[in-house]
Write a new protein. Structure first.
Lengths: 311, 419
């Protein structure tokens, strides 16, 4: 009896510090929350949530950006956006950029990564070289390429002239302006995806590859059935970055073509700038912004839900 | 003792600092001028003004033309806004006045404004109140290279009608010369063609009617015809290869390098082209000709009607009175003459035009003086939202992606959507 009560007492004594400890963990966690959450939440509200709300509000007005918006026109701005031929082209261009990113840029990045992840002389230097375009500022890249493409004085023009031919003005034709931009996009961003893949390849368990080799798998079989499946998480991430980046493409377009000629090379964001901001049609621009936001959010959430569930 | 000395020193320093703070007023002046030769003169004017007005500092800020237009609404509503702003008057000015971001200077310029050309001041007057001071007027016309014209056997002096002009283009092409350079990516250099054709075809009544939405507005006969005549020109492929990828400074440089025979220019571009040439000299004065925009057959407008700009300076709300003082100093007979002598401007100060250096700039000044209808650039006059559509639509006529009819409709639609 006394032994038992001793034991109970001991257990109770033992409980007390645990409970105290638990309470104090809750206390510290609460303190942490109170201390660290508000600044982040405030910044997020101030710079993300509020502007989104404001844009949605402005998109209901016919407003030139001066003073306060007063002329409420309901959903008319959205109708104007969907009616305009330019927005359709911009949307198609965005899709085109996504398709090219996924079918040309990513396979290229992957192939280079598979080669450059190996250790050989010059691998590091080559990695650096391919990564450099990504480091370059977008505007600078755009300007450099606008000089390269220039049909009179550009690099391309001198190459054509060396063969005795007249250079095409890629940026000045509705047929080729988008092609010219796509080339720059692939050139600029493949290095980034390559680096992602290299990092993943280097973090991979080499034993699995060796085991497959010992089992008699060919190089192709190793690649197809071991390496690429192990890269799936990175591929998914890479696709995510490529799509979101493509949707937001703007700063390469402006120095190259400004979306022209005849709105042929606008992306949705440059369309927003050209038709909303520079025309002082804030309501109209906001409507485009809201549409773009909805597209991005829908993509981000559904992609995460369906393809990145396990990460 | 040493304590007293420190105290005295501190007192002296604080008095000095206070004195400096009280006397120092900074006037912030935002301009778009790209020509270094002209900016150099402006710099000197600033220094002269500062010397005469101790304690006032004029700070020059620069923005590129297109960047300025895009940033303007934000600039005007920021706390750090400049005091003196560049303006083309017209619908953009009207929007700014309605938003209440500009200073009404009617009373402050009461006596002074009589020194300036009445028409130019009128452009900055809205509902009887003056909001800006004009310092330059300009005319749009064909600037041409006399040597290239001679080579193709074209006499610039005889071009009076649209058909004669098209013939000249054909002759130049036949001689292997690029007839016209144009900055198609900027679009507004192309909109001059359509606009000026409309000015010629319909004159003042057509524009006023369209502005009120009568006669089919900008979809009406005059404006469709303007598009069709422009199409006649475009079909001759008169522009340099890749013109839709050229910004205006590049196109002016192309002309200045002697690679194209003409440029439909604003009169002061005759000076700008020199700075933009590869050799920084460009086409010298005596090799530069000027043709007024030709008259199409059946035109209802007068040959004396002109298309061009009125450029001036606005004052943002709450700017110090020294800002106005500076602009008055800037638009004085002395400074206007100096700028006119170098052919940078057609002065607005009465009598200063006598100083104009080049013969053809004198002619341009006479043209503007003789004009009963000086139409401001459409892209400014119609306000930013409609004006930009005019630019877009006309660029599409030039690029062949819109018919004249579609272009006129696009403009009218934008005008109806308005704001």
């Amino acid at each position: 009896m006394s032994q038992r009560s001793d034991a109970i007492a001991m257990r109770q004594e033992a409980h007390a510090p645990v409970a105290r400890a638990r309470r104090s963990t809750i206390d510290t966690r609460l303190a942490t929350l109170l201390l660290f959450l508000p600044p982040a939440l405030m910044l997020f509200t101030l710079f993300v949530v509020l502007p989104i709300g404001e844009a949605a509000w402005y998109s209901g007005f016919n407003w030139n950006g001066f003073g306060k918006p007063t002329r409420w026109i309901g959903l008319d701005n959205y109708r104007f956006v969907f009616d305009s031929r330019g927005f359709g082209t911009a949307f198609k261009n965005n899709l085109l950029i996504i398709v090219v990113s996924l079918t040309i840029q990513l396979p290229l990045a992957m192939a280079l990564a598979l080669i450059l992840a190996e250790r050989f002389r010059g691998a590091v230097a080559l990695r650096m070289l391919f990564f450099l375009p990504y480091v370059l500022a977008e505007i600078a890249t755009g300007l450099i390429f606008s000089f390269i493409y220039d049909g009179n004085y550009g690099l391309l023009a001198s190459i054509y002239r060396a063969f005795g031919a007249e250079a095409p003005h890629l940026l000045a034709s509705t047929q080729t302006s988008m092609l010219a931009i796509l080339i720059v996009v692939v050139w600029k961003y493949f290095g980034f995806h390559m680096m992602l893949f290299i990092a993943a390849l280097q973090g991979m368990d080499r034993n699995l590859v060796e085991a497959a080799r010992i089992d008699g798998a060919s190089r192709w079989q190793v690649l197809r059935h071991v390496v690429i499946p192990l890269l799936y998480p990175t591929i998914k991430l890479s696709i995510f970055f490529a799509v979101v980046g493509s949707l937001q493409l703007f700063d390469l377009v402006m120095p190259l073509t400004r979306g022209g000629p005849a709105d042929s090379s606008n992306t949705m964001v440059s369309f927003l700038y050209n038709h909303g901001v520079s025309r002082m049609r804030v309501g109209y621009g906001s409507a485009i912004g809201v549409i773009l936001f909805v597209i991005c959010v829908t993509f981000a959430f559904s992609y995460k839900r369906w393809f990145m569930r396990n990460e | 003792m040493s304590f007293l000395r420190t105290l005295a020193f501190a007192a002296a320093v604080s008095t000095l600092a206070a004195g400096a703070a009280a006397a120092q007023t900074t006037v912030k002046w935002l301009h778009l001028e790209q020509n270094p030769a002209q900016v150099k003169i402006w710099d000197e004017v600033v220094r002269r003004f500062e010397a005469k007005n101790p304690g006032v500092k004029v700070e020059m800020q620069f923005l590129e033309n297109e960047a300025y237009k895009a940033k303007l609404p934000t600039i005007l509503q920021s706390k750090d806004r400049p005091h003196i702003l560049y303006s083309w008057a017209g619908g953009v000015l009207k929007a700014q006045v309605e938003a209440g971001v500009l200073e009404d200077i009617t009373a402050a310029v009461a006596g002074y404004k009589d020194n300036l050309s009445a028409g130019a001041v009128e452009a900055f007057t809205i509902d009887g109140k003056i909001y800006g001071l004009p310092h330059n007027v300009s005319q749009v016309g064909f600037m041409y290279n006399r040597d290239l014209f001679a080579k193709a056997g074209v006499d610039g002096g005889t071009i009076k009608t649209w058909d004669e002009f098209l013939d000249a283009v054909k002759k130049l092409k036949a001689a292997g010369i690029t007839p016209i350079s144009v900055g198609g990516q900027d679009k507004w250099p192309l909109h001059f063609y359509w606009t000026h054709l409309a000015v010629r075809l319909g004159g003042k009544p057509a524009f006023e009617a369209a502005f009120k939405g009568q006669n089919g507005g900008f979809e009406g006969e005059t404006f469709q015809k303007a598009g069709e005549l422009m199409k006649q020109l475009v079909d001759l492929e008169p522009f340099q290869t890749g013109f839709l990828g050229f910004k205006n400074p590049q196109a002016l440089g192309f002309f200045a390098d002697g690679k194209a025979a003409m440029n439909l220019a604003i009169s002061h571009h005759s000076a700008t082209q020199r700075a933009l040439a590869a050799d920084k000299k460009g086409i010298p004065e005596d090799k530069l000709g000027w043709v007024n925009f030709p008259m199409p057959a059946g035109a209802k407008g007068q040959p004396s009607d002109t298309l061009g700009g009125v450029n001036g300076w606005l004052f943002t709300k709450g700017s110090p009175k020294q800002a106005l003082e500076f602009v008055k100093f800037f638009i004085s007979d002395e400074v206007q003459r100096e700028l006119a002598k170098n052919n940078f401007i057609i002065p607005t100060f009465k009598g200063s035009e006598a100083a104009l250096g080049a013969v053809f700039m004198q002619n341009v000044a006479k043209n503007i003086a003789a004009s009963n209808y000086h139409q401001n650039f459409y892209d400014q006059d119609l306000g930013p939202s409609v004006g930009r559509v005019v630019n877009d639509a006309v660029a599409e006529i030039a690029g062949g992606s819109m018919t004249p009819k579609q272009a006129a409709k696009a403009i009218q639609d934008a005008f109806k959507q308005g704001n």
